[in-house]
Design a protein around this ligand. Structure first.
Ligand SMILES: NC(=O)C1=CN([C@@H]2O[C@H](COP(=O)(O)OP(=O)(O)OC[C@H]3O[C@@H](n4cnc5c(N)ncnc54)[C@H](OP(=O)(O)O)[C@@H]3O)[C@@H](O)[C@H]2O)C=CC1
Ligand SMILES: O=C1O[C@H](COP(=O)(O)O)[C@@H](O)[C@H](O)[C@H]1O
Length: 518
C-alpha cells in the first residue's frame, strides 16, 4: 500500500493552486506543510500543480528546496521518503510576479494552460492570497483582466485575515472582490474554524443527549472563552500596533467560537444552514452603544515589562515597530450578551491576550447550581458542574461533577472526568490549514466565514473600538507573564462568578479521572 492509499478520504478534484505570497511567512510555516500532509494522506492526487508567486526571483528548483526545508521544519510529516518527496516536488513551480502588473498575469495564464495539460487538470483554479489585505482587490482585478478566470473549471479564492480593519474598510474590500468573484467562490479564512476541537463543538452539542437539552439559560449559568498566548507580538509589531487584540482575535476567532457555542441546531448539517444559524447569533449580540456601556463591559490592557519562567520580557512599547507611546490593547476581556430566547440572561465572558502565563484556548460551560433546598446543595456549598472544551494545545474535553468522597459519609469531592483526544490519537491530528485547504478544494465553505458573518462581527467590534478611540484612560498595564488586568476578574465578580482555571492551573482539590492515566 502506498502512502497515497492510506487515507479513506477522497482526493480533492484536480486543480492548479496559486500561492500568492509564496516567499512569505505564512506559506513557509503553514501552507507548504499543509499541502504536503494532504498529499501524503492521499487527499491530493497527482492531478494538481502549485504555482508559487511573489516578486522575488526563484528558479523552480530553489522554490522546491524552500518547500522542502519548510516541510522538514514545520510539517507533522517529514519529507524523508525520497520517492514520495520527488513525486510531490515536481508539482511545484515558481513565477516571479508583481500583483500590480497585469502583463505578469497574462503570462501566468499561459503557464496555467501548460500545467493543465501536463498534470491533466480540468481548468480548476484555487487562488490563495497570503498577501497584505491592500493587495486583495488589485489581485482580484488582475486575475480577471489577465485571463485566469476564463478556464473551463471552477475558480475559487481563499482570502487570509484580516478581512478589513473595520466595517467600512471590510465593505470596500468585499465590494472589490465581488466585482470579480461570487460569494460562493470566496473562502474567507478563520483558521480557528479549521481546528479539530472547534469543529467538534457541533458534535459535542448535537450528538449527546445529556448536553443539548441543558444547552440554554435554564441550565447554563455562564460561558467563558479564553484564548491566551505566551508570545508577544514577535515580528508583527507593525501590523499589530494598528490592529490590537480586539481586531486581531476578537472580531474573528473569539466571535466565531462564540457562535459555535450559541447557535441553534441547523436544520441540516450543510454549510449554508450552519452559517445561517451562526449569523443569527451575531445579529443577537447586544451592541454596546455608549462609552459607559463599553467601560462597564469591556476591559483592555497592554503588557508592560515582566518575567515569564524566570526570563525577563520587554513591555509592548519596547517591541520592534511599535510606537513608544502606543495605546494599542494587547489584552481584552468582555462580557457579551446574546439577546435571544435561548441565551437571555446568560453572560458570555471572553478574554484574550499576549504575554499571558500559558498558551491555551478553552471554552468553559458553567452549569447552574442545584437548588439550595436539595439536601446536598444546602449542606455542602457544591461547586458547579462544568463542561470544558480544550481546543489548543491540548485537545479534548472534561466534565467536572460532584461525587461522594470515598470512605466518608458526608464529604463531597469535585471530580474531573477527562477525555484527552490528543493524548489518545497522538498530536498528529490535521492542522487547521490542512482541513481548510482541503475543504476549499472540495468547494465546502462550512468552516469559512460568509460576508454577513464578517460584517456583523465588525459592526459589534466597531462600537467598542470607537468608544476606546475617544478615551484611552481605561487602558490598564499588566506585567508580561501575568493574567492581565485585575479588572477582568471584576467583570465576573460583579455577577457572582470567577474565571475558571485554564490549562496547567488545575485546582488542588479536584480528583482527575483521565484517559491520559494521570
Ligand atoms: N504569518 C502568519 O502567521 C499569519 C499571516 N496571516 C495573514 O496572511 C497574509 C500574509 O502574511 P505573511 O506571510 O506573514 O506576510 P509576509 O510579509 O511574510 O509575506 C508577504 C508576501 O507577499 C508578497 N508580496 C508583497 N507585495 C507583493 C506584490 N506587490 N506582488 C507580489 N507579491 C507581493 C511577498 O513577497 P515578495 O516580497 O517576494 O514580493 C511575500 O511573499 C497577511 O494578510 C497576514 O495578515 C494571517 C494569520 C497568520
Ligand atoms: O490569527 C491569529 O492567531 C494567532 C493565534 O493562533 P493559534 O492557532 O496559535 O492559537 C495569533 O498569535 C495572531 O496574533 C493572530 O493574528
Amino acid at each position: 500500500m502506498t502512502d497515497q492509499h492510506k487515507s479513506e478520504a477522497l482526493p480533492a478534484s484536480g486543480a492548479v493552486y496559486y500561492l500568492f505570497g509564496a516567499t512569505g511567512d505564512l506559506a513557509k510555516r503553514k501552507l507548504f506543510p499543509a499541502l504536503f500532509s494532504l498529499y501524503k494522506e492521499g487527499k491530493l492526487a497527482e492531478d494538481f500543480a502549485v504555482v508559487g508567486l511573489a516578486r522575488r526571483s526563484r528558479t523552480d528548483e530553489q522554490f522546491q528546496a524552500e518547500v522542502y526545508e519548510s516541510i522538514n521544519e514545520f510539517c507533522r510529516y517529514k519529507a524523508d521518503d525520497a520517492e514520495l518527496w520527488n513525486r510531490f516536488a515536481q508539482h511545484f513551480v515558481y513565477m516571479s510576479l508583481d500583483i500590480n502588473d497585469v502583463e505578469g498575469f497574462r503570462e501566468l495564464t499561459r503557464l496555467s494552460e501548460k500545467l493543465d495539460e501536463r498534470f491533466d487538470i480540468p481548468g480548476n483554479r484555487l487562488f490563495y492570497l497570503a498577501l497584505a489585505p491592500e493587495l486583495f482587490g488589485p489581485v482580484s482585478f488582475n486575475l480577471r483582466d489577465g485571463g485566469l478566470l476564463e478556464s473551463k473549471g471552477w475558480h475559487r479564492v481563499v482570502i487570509e485575515k484580516p478581512f478589513g480593519y473595520d466595517l467600512p474598510s471590510a465593505q470596500k474590500l468585499n465590494d472589490q472582490i465581488n466585482q470579480v468573484f461570487k460569494e460562493e467562490e470566496i473562502f474567507r479564512i478563520d483558521h480557528y474554524l479549521g481546528k479539530e476541537m472547534v469543529q467538534n463543538i457541533e458534535v459535542i452539542r448535537f450528538a449527546n443527549a445529556f448536553f443539548e437539552p441543558l444547552w440554554n439559560n435554564k441550565h447554563i449559568a455562564n460561558v467563558q472563552i479564553t484564548l491566551s498566548e505566551t508570545v508577544g507580538v514577535e515580528d508583527r509589531g507593525g501590523y499589530y500596533d494598528k490592529s490590537g487584540a480586539l481586531r486581531d482575535m476578537g472580531q474573528n476567532h473569539m466571535l466565531q467560537m462564540l457562535t459555535m457555542i450559541a447557535m441553534e441546531p441547523p436544520s441540516r448539517l450543510h454549510g449554508e444552514d450552519i452559517r445561517d444559524e451562526k449569523v443569527k447569533v451575531l445579529r443577537s449580540l447586544r451592541q454596546y452603544e455608549t462609552f459607559e456601556d463599553v467601560r462597564k463591559n469591556v476591559v483592555r490592557g497592554q503588557y508592560s515589562e515582566g518575567v515569564h519562567k524566570g526570563k525577563p520580557l520587554p513591555g509592548y512599547r519596547q517591541e520592534e515597530s511599535v510606537a513608544g507611546d502606543s495605546v494599542t490593547e494587547t489584552y481584552f476581556a468582555a462580557k457579551v450578551a446574546v439577546d435571544n430566547f435561548r441565551w437571555a440572561g446568560v453572560p458570555f465572558y471572553i478574554r484574550t491576550g499576549k504575554r499571558l502565563p500559558v498558551k491555551t484556548t478553552e471554552v468553559v460551560i458553567e452549569f447552574q447550581n442545584m437548588p439550595n433546598n436539595v439536601l446536598f446543595a444546602s449542606r455542602h456549598n457544591l461547586a458547579p458542574n462544568l463542561l470544558v472544551i480544550r481546543v489548543n494545545p491540548m485537545e479534548g474535553i472534561y466534565i467536572k461533577i460532584n461525587a461522594k468522597q470515598p470512605g466518608s459519609d458526608t464529604q463531597i469531592q469535585p471530580v474531573a472526568m477527562e477525555f484527552c483526544q490528543s493524548c489518545q490519537v497522538g498530536i498528529n491530528t490535521p492542522e487547521a490549514y490542512e482541513r481548510l485547504i482541503y475543504d476549499a478544494a472540495r468547494g465546502d465553505s462550512t468552516y469559512f466565514t460568509r460576508w454577513d458573518e464578517v460584517s456583523h462581527a465588525w459592526a459589534f467590534v466597531d462600537k467598542i473600538a470607537a468608544a476606546w478611540h475617544d478615551d484611552t484612560s481605561d487602558i490598564r498595564p499588566y506585567p508580561a507573564g501575568s493574567w492581565g488586568p485585575t479588572e477582568a476578574s471584576d467583570l465576573l465578580k460583579q455577577d457572582g462568578f470567577r474565571w475558571w482555571p485554564v490549562n496547567g492551573q488545575e485546582e488542588d482539590n479536584v480528583i482527575w479521572v483521565s484517559n491520559t492515566g494521570k
